[in-house]
Design a binder for this molecule. Structure first.
Ligand SMILES: *Cc1c(COP(=O)(O)O)cnc(C)c1O
Length: 377
């Protein structure tokens, strides 16, 4: 009989909020093996996610290799207790000033849930890490997007977009994908002008790559700015992207609020232990920085040779402008076994972002670019 409860389709028109109807879902790329089969490439260099080609530090690799399988049956520490203690030691803060998440991606949601309610908005740049904007929008909040200025976060314009319903400002420092950064002086001036009326998030996903003397350490600024929240991740420098672990830090007062929105047990035990080991390593950061510096020098020389313009800032990535559509370039480069990030999704049409990797991957990229640009398929 039609219309009976069993098998009736859900009334989505009525069930789904308008902001969900309006939201375009992000479609992740297919797994490597599927892509390779589709595009006919024998080997794939992944230069799309800013992963560390050196992998995790050796001490973390040892933890991963030796992880006792029975431990998989046991719930992990629900609040990453030991890791928070180690972070507190390392950075001179209190363990309760840290919240660990399933990647820094998860802590973005924690903060937005903690402070935004219906009618509120966040302020960030139009061309930055998109997850701040996405979480705000699919949660039913506004996202005020401020254009970059010379590829950089525009402090004056950000302040102008703050209104009575703005709860959080997100600044990515250095910015993904442009690599620009604010100096400590500039960040302090910005925080001084907001004077605690909003929460300011500084996303420092790439902080460990930056060697500039005037680059601010957000964790050290927490003492002066109790409305500041700092994001860090183990995915980039520490090579643990696959285990999904990142964290936020803030004043105890602010973190006590954000903690209410955390889902306990979202960070697995292996990730917690590998992160602990990774933090203790002393050689991994300099070795990675050296690899990135050498590879960037080589790659920029090649790009100059190809007559391509690029934005080479901080971080283990580089943005390149192509004389062609970036989605097409993505497909053609894939056919040569090189995966880059096409940038239309970041509102940079005809640009690609390249993650910096070792000599073999960089040569493969340059060769593939040459072929694609000469239209040699
Ligand atoms: C990669 C990245 C993150 C999130 O990384 P997780 O893997 O979720 O820890 C956050 N912000 C920026 C700018 C990033 O590039």
């Amino acid at each position: 009989m039609r219309g009976s409860a069993t098998g009736a389709r859900p009334d989505l028109e009525h069930l789904v909020p308008e902001y969900i109807k309006a939201f375009q879902p992000y479609i992740p790329s297919k797994p490597d093996d599927v892509l390779c089969k589709m595009l006919g490439c024998p080997r794939l260099y992944r230069l799309n996610n800013n992963e560390n080609p050196l992998g995790p530090p050796p001490a973390a690799q040892k933890i991963i290799a030796g992880y006792p399988p029975p431990r998989a049956a046991i719930y992990p520490s629900g609040d990453a207790y030991h890791l928070r203690c180690r972070l507190a030691d390392r950075f001179g803060l209190h363990p309760d000033q840290f919240l660990v998440g399933n990647g820094a991606n998860e802590v973005i949601s924690f903060v937005i849930k903690a402070f935004c309610q219906e009618g509120d908005n966040i302020v960030t740049a139009d061309r930055t890490f998109a997850v701040y904007e996405w979480v705000a929008l699919f949660s039913g909040f506004g996202a005020h997007l401020v254009p970059l200025r010379d590829f950089d976060f525009d402090d004056e314009a950000l302040l102008e977009r703050v209104d009575a319903r703005t709860k959080i400002l997100f600044v990515c420092n250095p910015n993904n994908p442009t690599g620009t950064y604010w100096s400590e002086q500039r960040l302090r001036r910005f925080l001084d002008r907001l004077a605690g009326r909003q929460i300011v998030v500084i996303d420092e996903a790439y902080a460990e790559f930056v060697e500039q003397a005037d680059f601010p350490d957000g964790l050290q600024l927490l003492a002066d700015y109790p409305n500041l929240v700092v994001f860090r991740t183990f995915s980039k420098m520490y090579g643990l992207a696959g285990l999904r672990i990142g964290y936020l830090a803030g004043s105890r007062e602010v973190v006590d609020i954000i903690r209410r929105t955390c889902v306990v047990y979202s960070v697995n035990g292996l990730a917690q232990e590998a992160a602990l080991a990774a933090l203790a390593d002393h050689d991994h950061i300099p070795a990675t920085r050296q690899l990135v510096a050498e590879a960037k020098a080589g790659l920029t020389a090649e790009l100059d040779g190809l007559g391509l313009s690029y934005v080479n800032g901080e971080g283990n990535f580089l943005m390149v402008k192509l004389p062609m559509n970036d989605a097409l370039a993505y497909r053609r480069l894939m056919a040569h076994g090189v995966m880059i990030r096409s940038m239309t999704g970041f509102r940079f049409p005809n640009w690609i972002r390249i993650s910096i990797a070792g000599p073999q991957a960089m040569s493969a990229l340059v060769e593939a670019l040459q072929k694609v640009l000469s239209n040699d398929r």
